[in-house]
Design a protein around this ligand. Structure first.
Ligand code: ZN
Length: 55
């Protein structure tokens, strides 16, 4: 179980989407639960993180 970076509730890791929040020149990796995703997507400082799994 991991904590959602937004609401702090615990979820299975697979349920949490990794997103990046850009503040100034810094990119912070956040784990966002399904309930917070719709909130966060309206926030222009958040971006999807796409990881290349082929390596
Ligand atoms: Zn949440």
């Amino acid at each position: 179980m991991k904590k959602c970076s937004n609401c702090g509730k615990e979820f299975p890791e697979a349920a949490l989407k990794k997103m990046v929040q850009i503040t100034g020149k810094k990119a912070h990796i956040k784990r966002i639960c399904p309930f917070c995703q719709s909130i966060v997507l309206n926030n222009p400082t958040y971006y999807y993180l796409i990881e290349d799994k082929r390596q």
